[in-house]
Design a protein around this ligand. Structure first.
Ligand code: DX5
Ligand code: ZN
Length: 218
């Protein structure tokens, strides 16, 4: 079953509680954290996550696009994240492994993300320790960008490896997802689709969520 994860980066930040409620037919609520260092943009952080946590029971899928994520991963877990995903480009292996252990030790699901230029092979040594891997299908930093089809073979490689090793790790795609690109990603092996503009720029969010699901059915 394909999961849909609307990204609140594209929501109206003056009413995040209501915005979260408007997408409750989805599976995860995607929460993008940007620090202006790892990516050239600044978004939202811990206090906002605490508020959103109080406003919804949805699974909160936190995507850290920050430098030194191992310093903050446990705090995001404590602030209400259900899933904490950070970028492997942002940490050396020993720090990354420590951060994964800290997230799991807090009873949360851990994930690693890769930018479009990072090979999928970088993630392979970690798969056994992860609940989710996130393949960026645009350069991280902004919503509303155009999907990069050259990332599709990375999804396929991850799917093949996960099946071969009989793991339960989900594959999430993030950036430029609409009904057409969603279908390409699911065909390549993705099972969680992040969608910012496609869902939040519509007045009928539930209809957009259904549209994404039906575009990937069968
Ligand atoms: C971009 C973020 C995405 C973004 C996706 O760096 O990680 O989650 O919100 O937005 P759309 O779906 O509009 O490309
Ligand atoms: Zn994201």
């Amino acid at each position: 079953m394909i999961k849909i994860a609307p990204s609140i980066l594209s929501a109206d930040f003056s009413k995040l509680g209501e915005e979260a409620k408007s997408v409750e037919t989805a599976d995860y609520l995607h929460f993008d954290v940007m620090d202006g260092v790892f990516v050239p943009n600044i978004s939202i952080g811990l206090p906002v996550l605490e508020s959103v946590r109080k406003a919804t029971d949805m699974t909160l899928d936190v995507h850290l696009m920050i430098a030194s994520p191992s310093k903050y991963a446990a705090r995001f877990a404590a602030a209400g994240a259900d899933i904490v995903v950070f970028h492997i480009e942002a940490e050396p292996e020993d720090e990354a492994r420590r951060a994964i252990a800290a997230i799991c030790g807090a009873g949360k699901r851990a994930g690693l993300a890769i930018k479009p230029g990072t090979p999928a092979e970088t993630l392979l040594p970690y798969l056994e320790t992860l609940s989710i891997v996130l393949v960026m299908t645009v350069e991280p930093g902004f919503g509303g960008q155009t999907f990069m089809p050259e990332t599709l073979p990375k999804i396929a490689l991850l799917r093949e490896t996960i099946e071969k090793r009989s793991l339960h790790c989900e594959i999430e795609v993030d950036g430029g997802i609409n009904p057409e690109t969603a279908a390409l990603c699911v065909k390549a092996g993705a099972d969680v689709l992040v969608a910012g503009n496609d869902v939040f720029r519509s007045d009928d969010r539930a209809a957009r969520i259904s549209r994404l699901r039906s575009a990937t059915a069968g």
